[in-house]
Design a protein around this ligand. Structure first.
Ligand SMILES: [Zn+2]
Ligand SMILES: [Zn+2]
Length: 262
């Protein structure tokens, strides 16, 4: 399995996953043109994408979906509870391209996808585990809190894209954000802080995760160094050696390195 995060954060989220049989995207939060451009860097054309699986309807996850999927006749998979909201973003896509999933695992060629609900201020929001050839990854961003049930779903993933949205103090001190927006982000249906992310990573490392990519960083209330150092400090204080027990990367608005699991 080959995985590349093509963009992460409030300006757009998009991850490319390739196996011997399938090429899929998780979310499509950039314009169609930009998605095509970033795929072309990998030597992949839009027509080659078998499906896009959608976490939730927010535009940083769905911006390019209507144009891309109507142009390339791409299948769209979304949670059955999410379709009423997602349909409001789709004007051109043929209904035959739309597929629903629930909590049950489903297959796209040789990829098995399992979705699990996460608490976020959208109609419905899910994280994903993606399995192929006995390898498992998880993508889990846009969640206000992380429960044991969510962790149970992710356990056993070699690679995890996990939200580390904000530094709580930076957010609280941000004079450009009004009180209600701060409250929204800090709420149990908002976004995960660096601290929350670090606590979750401790559990993930104990359950087999070898690499975590800190994802969906806020441009206003976080930065790559702060997220990395906060997580590293907490892991170190709890006896986990970054670089030995687990690798920590930070996703950005630009394409990541290519992760290969085989
Ligand atoms: Zn988002
Ligand atoms: Zn969101």
């Amino acid at each position: 399995m080959k995985i590349v995060n093509l963009s992460s954060g409030s300006e757009g989220n998009l991850t490319y996953i390739e196996t011997s049989e399938a090429k899929i995207l998780v979310d499509a939060g950039l314009s169609c043109k930009e998605i095509e451009l970033r795929l072309s860097l990998l030597g992949v054309s839009g027509e080659e994408i078998d499906a896009i699986i959608v976490s939730h309807e927010h535009s940083d996850h769905t911006k390019g979906i209507d144009v891309f999927c109507s142009k390339h006749n791409t299948k769209i998979y979304a949670h059955i509870d999410e379709w009423p909201a997602l349909n409001k973003k789709l004007f051109k896509v043929n209904p035959l391209q739309k597929y629903s999933f629930t909590a049950a695992p489903f297959n796209i060629k040789d990829i098995t996808v399992t979705a699990f609900k996460v608490p976020h201020d959208s109609v419905c929001c899910v994280g994903f585990t993606i399995e192929n050839n006995y390898k498992k990854i998880s993508i889990c961003t846009d969640l206000g809190t992380i429960s044991d049930n969510i962790l149970q779903n992710i356990y056993g993933s070699q690679l995890v894209f996990l939200e580390a949205n904000h530094d709580v103090q930076m957010l609280k001190n941000n004079i450009r954000y009004c009180a209600s927006l701060k409250q929204r982000i800090l709420s149990s249906r908002g976004h995960l802080s660096n601290l929350d992310s670090a606590k979750a990573i401790q559990q993930l490392v104990k359950n087999g995760t070898k690499r975590v990519v800190l994802s969906h960083l806020s441009k206003e209330n976080n930065n790559a160094t702060l997220a990395y150092e906060t997580v590293k400090t907490i892991l170190t204080n709890n006896g986990i050696v970054v670089g030995e027990d687990v690798e920590i990367d930070v996703a950005s608005t630009m394409p990541s390195k290519i992760y290969k699991l085989s």
